[in-house]
Design a protein. Structure first.
Ligand SMILES: Nc1ncnc2c1ncn2[C@@H]1O[C@H](COP(=O)(O)OP(=O)(O)OP(=O)(O)O)[C@@H](O)[C@H]1O
Ligand SMILES: [Mg+2]
Length: 292
């Protein structure tokens, strides 16, 4: 089963008299464990697509299944919960809280995470086949990391994973751009997502720091994380194993990239960030496994 499956996604924005088809029939399937680059000219619909697959916005028409769930059928609470549990976001401008330590920035999303409990309605399934697929969904209010100490310990582990174990108490202003982006990646990882969505993660970084951030995302992908990166730069896209090109709200090409090691000119720069990634991304208990 694909992790991401979109069919004929259309997103129309109306501004005054003008109507913009930001997405114009996008059908894409992305499997668990892929590393995908999305490229295309400015205004081609890349961020709109990321917002759709990140469940930040709903399409005007078309369907989107995330891990088998039709997101259009979820309540607002269920959608927020699915987003929190499954997706980590990384943005061009890092979006860190300025006067807050790296540790507390990373721990922040854990405050808002709840468990979604899905239980089959066995009564209904005994009756008809249509009812058999009916599921009763219920949000549990319990936090995954109930105490502040638990949240900080988990955030610290994620910062160590991105090579920032020595910078826990620095505020963003006390960190370099690349370090700030690594804090943002640690924050994206803190809820143990299945998927990292990064929209221009290297857009505000110089080329050496970009290479470090991409090496980190590559390492996370090697450990099993699905990674989707929007970029304008061919060098950045080359880290991915598949490149999807958008033009005018449509996919105009979808290609497998040649392996990195066969492209000598684009060898990944072996960075500190890469070698500092230590623990397994998915080594921890999956949501719900221990805290029920
Ligand atoms: N909230 C909105 N309201 C109206 N139009 C929008 C909105 N968001 C995006 N658009 C329009 O939709 C189209 C696609 O925008 P989108 O942001 O997805 O492009 P993009 O490929 O991410 O571009 P860039 O590379 O510049 O970030 C553009 O024409 C844009 O002006
Ligand atoms: Mg964009």
């Amino acid at each position: 089963m694909a992790l991401i499956d979109t069919r004929e996604l259309i997103k129309t924005y109306g501004v005054g008299e003008q109507v913009v088809n930001a997405l114009n029939g996008v059908s894409i399937s992305i499997d668990d464990g892929e590393f995908v680059a999305i490229v295309g000219a400015s205004g081609s619909g890349k961020s709109t697509f990321m917002n759709m697959i990140g469940c930040l916005d709903l399409p005007t028409s078309g369907t989107y299944h995330l891990a088998g769930e039709n997101v259009a059928e979820l309540t607002a609470d269920e959608l927020a919960d699915l987003r929190n549990r499954r997706i980590g976001f990384v943005f061009q401008q890092f979006n860190l809280l300025a006067r807050t330590s790296a540790l507390e920035n990373v721990a922040m999303p854990l405050l808002y995470t709840r468990e979604l409990e899905v239980s089959k309605d066995t009564q209904a399934s005994a009756q008809t086949t249509t009812q058999a697929s009916t599921q009763t969904k219920r949000l549990k209010t319990k936090k995954r990391y109930a105490t502040k100490d638990e949240r900080l310990a988990h955030a610290k582990m994620r910062l160590e994973q991105v090579g920032l174990g020595e910078r826990l108490y620095n505020t963003p202003a006390q960190l370099s751009g690349g370090q700030q982006q690594r804090v943002a990646i640690a924050r994206a990882l803190v809820n143990d997502p299945d998927l990292i969505l990064a929209d221009e993660p290297t857009g505000a970084l110089d080329s050496k720091t970009s290479a470090e951030v991409m090496a980190l995302l590559t390492e996370l992908n090697h450990q099993g994380m699905t990674v989707i990166v929007v970029t304008h730069e061919a060098d950045v896209a080359a880290y991915a194993r598949r490149t999807i090109t958008f033009k005018d709200g449509q996919v105009i090409s979808d290609q497998i990239n040649p392996p990195m090691n066969s492209r000598s000119a684009k060898e990944p720069i072996h960075s500190g960030a890469q070698s500092e990634v230590k623990s397994e991304v998915k080594s921890e208990a999956q949501p719900g496994a221990q805290h029920d």
